[in-house]
Design a protein around this ligand. Structure first.
Ligand code: PLP
Length: 397
């Protein structure tokens, strides 16, 4: 009998009791809007911003309605204008080019390497064509940030980081989101902390953050913030920056604050699961694990492997064979986008020339969620199943 996995790849853990208790307090007083506060009260949203700034070391933080909103808000706050080209990763998820399109700008895609990070050579070639790079730390893979910042700084290109998959992660000790001018995070259910929806933005740049606060829909209530620039920075902007409403509310913030406190511990649990899978899939002929640099302190919430240069029917046989045994893999090489695995060439609003080196990687790229509801034994079992199926399809005994 071959082994079968029966776990659910989309089931996260329940929220901690502290989140449930904090939510109940907000529900009972009813002041869910972030600027609806009692005399002397500091809203949960303002406190979350303060907590997040402290946890990342950023001077400023802003909580917003979603990760995608944070990206669009950062692009606007950095002065991106309609029609302008914006560089971004070819290997990312749809809300990233979507945020660029949302401000009327034009995504220009940069290729991906076998390590699943942005291709520095391709980036170097394209840096002259844009003023801004929206860098996606896609699936938690972090490129050599020292090299990337050196390249971008030399070219005068502003970096905005999409940290939807890197909350709590670092490069050489520095948290992601702290390298570029702004860092954007998501608190959607499938990311590292879960409020259903939500986003966070960090920056050390007072003017960009004051713009972001105004953009997010602060009316003239920005003095309620505790992790925002001082009032004088707003004075020069308040008549010129439109309100593009996208605030976070106190219920979500209340749910998130206890989870943020637990993030480091949760990150360790995620990485234990990742390590168990990686160990189980080491030395499978034909299967490559993306190389991770020692300076990359990632927080795994998903797992990727490559079947490089395999024929498409064989990759499909692996996906189907794993599915039959309860292991849900998503393939980034499929001709038609399915679920969340759309590719750069399915975002047809951006007119993109082919990227053959990237196509080769995506054609062999398999992706799996790694919820904390999986035990370490579950991960070992999943690895055994993948190993079995890969060996079978390859015809290896
Ligand atoms: C989820 C995600 C986003 C957007 O976050 P939402 O909160 O869902 O809007 C951005 N980038 C990547 C890579 C994501 O996976």
């Amino acid at each position: 009998m071959s082994e079968v996995f029966t776990g659910n790849f989309t089931q996260q853990e329940p929220l901690p009791e502290a989140s449930i208790a904090a939510a109940e307090v907000v529900l009972r007083h009813g002041r869910l809007h972030r600027y609806n506060v009692a005399e002397g009260e500091v809203s949960e949203t303002a406190r979350l911003e303060e907590d997040f700034a402290a946890s990342t070391g950023a001077a400023y933080a802003l909580a917003v309605a979603s990760g995608g909103y944070a990206l669009g808000c950062a692009l606007r706050a950095c002065g991106v204008v309609p029609g302008e080209p914006v560089l971004t990763n070819a290997f990312t998820l749809a809300p990233v080019p979507g945020a660029i399109a949302g401000v009327g700008a034009v995504p220009v895609f940069v290729g991906v390497t076998e390590a699943l990070v942005i291709d520095m050579d391709d980036l170097a070639k394209k840096l002259e064509s844009a003023r801004v790079l929206l860098l996606s730390h896609m699936r938690g893979h972090i490129c050599d940030m020292d090299a990337l910042m050196a390249l971008c700084d030399a070219a005068g290109v502003t970096v905005i980081e999409d940290c939807a998959h890197t909350m709590g992660a670092r490069w050489n000790g520095t948290p992601t989101g702290r390298f570029g001018k702004m860092g954007c995070f998501s608190t959607q259910t499938y990311k590292h902390i879960n409020a259903g929806e939500g986003g966070l933005l960090i920056s050390d740049d007072a003017e960009a953050m004051a713009r972001a606060v105004l953009l997010s829909g602060s009316y003239m209530l920005y003095d309620h913030h505790r992790a925002a620039p001082p009032a004088e920075v707003f004075a020069g902007l308040r008549y010129d920056v439109p309100n593009i409403s996208g605030r976070m509310d106190n219920l979500r913030a209340a749910i998130l604050r206890p989870q943020l406190k637990a993030l480091t511990r949760q990150a360790g649990r995620w990485n234990d699961r990742y390590t168990r899978l990686a160990r189980g899939l080491a030395d499978v002929p034909g299967l490559t694990l993306p190389v991770r640099c020692a300076k990359e302190q990632f927080v795994a919430s998903s797992f990727q492997f490559l079947l490089l240069d395999w024929a498409a029917p064989d990759v499909i046989a692996v996906v189907d064979g794993c599915a039959a045994r309860g292991v849900a893999l998503k393939w980034f090489g499929a001709a038609e986008p399915a679920g969340f695995t759309s590719r750069y060439d399915s975002w047809r609003y951006a007119d993109t020339p082919p990227l053959p080196a990237t196509d080769r990687i995506l054609a062999g790229l398999l992706d799996m969620r790694l919820p904390l509801t999986f035990s370490l034994e579950d991960c070992a079992l999943i690895a055994r199943i993948i190993r079995d199926v890969v060996m079978q399809v390859r015809g290896t005994p």
